[in-house]
Design a protein around this ligand. Structure first.
Ligand SMILES: C[S@@+](CC[C@H](N)C(=O)[O-])C[C@H]1O[C@@H](n2cnc3c(N)ncnc32)[C@H](O)[C@@H]1O
Length: 268
C-alpha cells in the first residue's frame, strides 16, 4: 500500500540513523544533510529511496513494532524488543487469549500483546499512574492508526484500568498474567485467584534479589510451579566491507524473565 498523509514513516540515512516523521501534505523534514518534502514521499511504496536537497539518499519505510517502541514517547522505562519477543513465546501468548498485564507503563508490551492475541483476544492492562496511562494510550493509538503494518487484520480488545493491582484483580479465568512491577509478590494472592489452572504467570524483574524474593513468596503461597528463569543477551554485529564484527556497544542486562504455571486446585 503506497504511503499516504498521516502515515508514520522512518527515514534511514547511509549510517543507519533513523528519523521518524508523520507525513503531512506541504510538510518538510530537515536534518543535517538538507531537507525532504513530505509531498515527495506521499504516494511512494515502502522501501523507496528519496534524496534530500543535498543529495543524501534516505530509505523510506513504515516502522516495525520494534522500531516504533524504541522511538515512541516514554513515561516509564519500556521492556526492550529483545525481551518482548521472548516474553511472547515464554508466556505462550496465543490468538484468542485472555491476558492481563501490569503496569502498562509506556505501553510497549501492551502493543505486542494486542497484536499477538489477535481480534478474538483481550488484554486487560493495569496502571496506577494516570500520566503513564495517557502516554500509553497515545502510543497505542498512534501505532495502530498511523504506523502498523497488518493492523487491518485485527488486534485484541484493550481494557485499560487505572488501578493499583496490589489491591485486587477484577477478572477471573485468565489464561496469562504478565507483571512488570518492582514488587510483583504483592499481587500473588490476586494472581492465584484470577489465573486459570494451567495458566502462566510471567514476571519481568531487573535484579536477582527480586527473583529470589518472588521465588520464596511463590513457594510460600503455593498453587504454582516455577517453570523457568531466563535472561537474554543479544549482541548486534556490524558489516563494513570485509570488517564483520560485533558492535562495540550492546544493551546488556535488561531484566530476568520469571515463569510459573498455575496448578489445579486439588494440587495446592
Ligand atoms: C517498568 S514500567 C512498565 C513498562 C511496560 N511494561 C512497557 O513495556 O512499557 C512499570 C509500571 O508499573 C506501574 N506500577 C507500579 N506499581 C503498580 C501497581 N501497584 N499497580 C499498577 N501499576 C503499577 C508503574 O507506574 C510503571 O508505569
Amino acid at each position: 500500500m503506497p504511503l499516504k498523509e498521516g502515515d508514520i514513516v522512518h527515514l534511514i540515512d547511509r549510517k543507519g540513523k533513523k528519523y521518524q516523521i508523520m507525513l503531512k501534505k506541504g510538510g518538510s523534514f530537515f536534518f543535517h544533510r538538507g531537507s525532504v518534502s513530505h509531498d515527495d514521499i506521499i504516494g511512494l511504496e515502502e522501501g523507496s529511496i528519496v534524496k534530500s536537497t543535498r543529495g543524501e539518499p534516505l530509505f523510506v519505510w513504515r516502522p516495525t513494532l520494534s522500531d516504533f517502541i524504541l522511538k515512541m514517547r516514554r513515561g516509564a522505562q519500556v521492556i526492550y524488543p529483545k525481551d518482548i519477543g521472548a516474553i511472547l513465546m515464554l508466556a505462550d501468548i496465543f490468538p484468542g487469549a485472555r491476558v492481563l498485564e501490569a503496569g502498562t507503563g509506556s505501553g510497549a508490551l501492551t502493543l505486542a500483546l494486542l497484536r499477538a492475541v489477535g481480534e478474538n483476544g483481550i488484554v486487560f492492562s493495569y496502571e496506577n499512574r494516570s500520566d503513564f496511562l495517557e502516554i500509553a494510550k497515545q502510543n497505542i493509538q498512534t501505532f495502530f492508526k498511523h504506523a502498523a503494518a497488518g493492523s487491518e487484520v485485527g488486534i485484541g480488545k484493550l481494557v485499560l484500568r487505572q488501578q493499583d493491582i496490589y489491591e485486587g484483580i477484577a477478572e477471573r479465568n485468565l489464561d496469562r498474567i504478565i507483571l512488570d512491577l518492582p514488587t510483583p509478590w504483592r499481587a500473588l494472592k490476586h494472581v492465584k485467584a484470577s489465573l486459570r489452572s494451567g495458566g502462566i504467570l510471567l514476571c519481568y524483574l531487573p535484579t536477582v534479589l527480586q527473583v529470589f524474593k518472588l521465588a520464596k513468596r511463590i513457594s510460600k503461597i503455593g498453587g504454582f510451579s516455577i517453570t523457568g528463569i531466563h535472561e537474554l543477551l543479544m549482541r548486534e554485529w556490524e558489516i563494513s566491507g570485509i570488517s564483520i564484527r560485533p558492535a562495540h556497544r550492546m544493551v546488556a542486562h535488561t531484566g530476568f524473565i520469571f515463569v510459573a504455571r498455575r496448578l489445579a486446585e486439588e494440587e495446592n
